[in-house]
Design a protein around this ligand. Structure first.
Ligand code: AMP
Length: 394
């Protein structure tokens, strides 16, 4: 079966039947929630993750080894009918090995593209979708030239390895250039300079594509970050309906242009004149898509399983307004110490809170421990409740 699937191209119409084993590189919360939905659909899961008792390992078989351990990756391939991943920084050698020995419908090319900001931006532009104007930076001189072309403010970023705002610097004055360049160049990564986009909101759209080319997207989420970590996702996003529609179209266009299979989370900036610019994409479930778990007919996790198993995609209709709030280490005690379901203020506002915790035993400041989906009649009520509870003091 695996051999046949491997030999077929990504336009295969073969379905991977329930009972098949889905191997997941990475065993964090994204893999865990994928497996919770995938198990309900009849699939079995195995993960490769170095952390014993990781969130996915608690509910599936686990191979405990480093992500770049070729022998362990070989074991994962041998035990899986299909392989997916829950993070994009998969070692290139491991990605190639998995593709050779197992069925990886997402392919290694998508990883190669999305692991590197310059390649990613070029691919998005090639799909006919706008990104913030950018330049490749190879020296301090080229940074000065690029700043002269794009004009300040700009954002200097490492092309690889950055996360949660790490590996980037906002440049507002000429005097900042040298220090920012020295600091980021010291990481050894290639650099990219982007025009700073004065956005009115940050939104994201999760699109899904099957090997047969079926594409669907979820309603856009309006995302609010604190300290570069996602704090709230608000759905429906408080932006005009036609902009929502345009955002979905752009995300689907990117998924098609990148030949993506599975989920593609597309983050965008919206400006006052209604323009949308794609900031970055992630070929996996995304924190800003957690709202789909109760608020949409199909969750992002079920959709990913459907896509990689080549089942028809599920309906993405939003069933109710929702606000997703992340539970970080500093919020955990208060969240679990009280019964949010019985919270009188929430009841009075007609809010139905759905709590998800990831099973991480080691709670740390700013570590994602869970999230709450606040199903509501009006997102403003849920936002008011988040403020009132005083749990999220950051
Ligand atoms: P990133 O790592 O690219 O997701 O960037 C982290 C955050 O920095 C984004 O969520 C934005 O709030 C901000 N940011 C990144 N790039 C830009 C840009 N070109 N213009 C304005 N803000 C940006």
């Amino acid at each position: 079966m695996k051999e046949q699937l491997r030999q077929r191209s990504q336009t295969s119409s073969e379905r991977l039947a329930p009972g098949s084993v889905i191997g997941v590189l990475g065993g964090g919360q994204l893999g865990r929630m994928m497996a919770l939905d995938g198990t309900r659909m009849g699939y079995k899961f195995i993960t490769l993750d170095p952390q014993p008792d990781c969130p996915l390992g608690q509910i599936s078989e686990q191979i405990i080894a480093a992500y770049d351990n070729a022998e362990a990756a070989g074991q994962l391939a041998a035990k899986s009918d299909v392989i997916t991943y829950e993070f994009e920084n998969v070692d290139a050698g491991v990605a190639a090995l998995l593709e050779e020995r197992s069925y990886v419908p997402q392919g290694s090319k998508l990883l190669y593209t999305t692991q590197h900001r310059l390649r990613e931006k070029a691919a998005i532009e090639a799909a006919g979708v706008p990104v913030a104007p950018y330049r490749e930076i190879t020296s301090l001189e080229s940074l000065h030239e690029a700043v002269a072309e794009l004009s300040l403010p700009c954002v200097l970023k490492t092309a690889t390895g950055g996360y949660d705002g790490k590996g980037q610097a906002v440049l507002r004055q000429e005097e900042q250039l040298e220090a920012a360049y020295t600091e980021l160049a010291a990481t050894g990564a290639e650099l990219v300079l982007e025009k700073f986009i004065t956005f009115t909101s940050e939104i994201s759209v999760i699109a899904a594509r099957t090997p047969n080319g079926e594409v669907k997207s979820f309603p856009p989420a309006e995302n609010i970050h604190v300290n570069n970590i996602l704090y709230l996702s608000i759905v429906p996003a408080r932006i005009p309906t036609e902009v929502q529609r345009k955002a979905c179209q752009l995300a689907e266009k990117v998924a098609e242009g990148l030949n993506a299979v599975g989920l593609l989370a597309v983050e965008m900036f919206l400006t006052a004149d209604g323009s949308l610019y794609v900031n970055e994409v992630a070929p996996r479930p995304h924190n800003s898509g957690h709202y789909t778990m109760e608020a949409c007919t199909t969750s992002q996790f079920e959709q990913h399983v459907r896509a990689i198993c080549n089942l028809p995609l599920g309906d993405t209709t939003l069933l109710t307004p929702v606000v997703m709030v992340n539970v970080l280490g500093q919020h955990l005690d208060e969240v679990i110490g009280r019964s949010i379901v019985e919270d009188q203020a929430a009841i009075q506002l007609g809010i139905v809170p759905k709590l998800h915790l990831y099973g991480k035993s080691d709670s740390k400041h700013n570590r994602k421990m869970g999230h709450i989906n606040l199903l509501c009649g009006d997102v403003e009520d849920a936002l008011e409740w988040v403020k009132q509870t005083n749990i999220w003091r950051h």
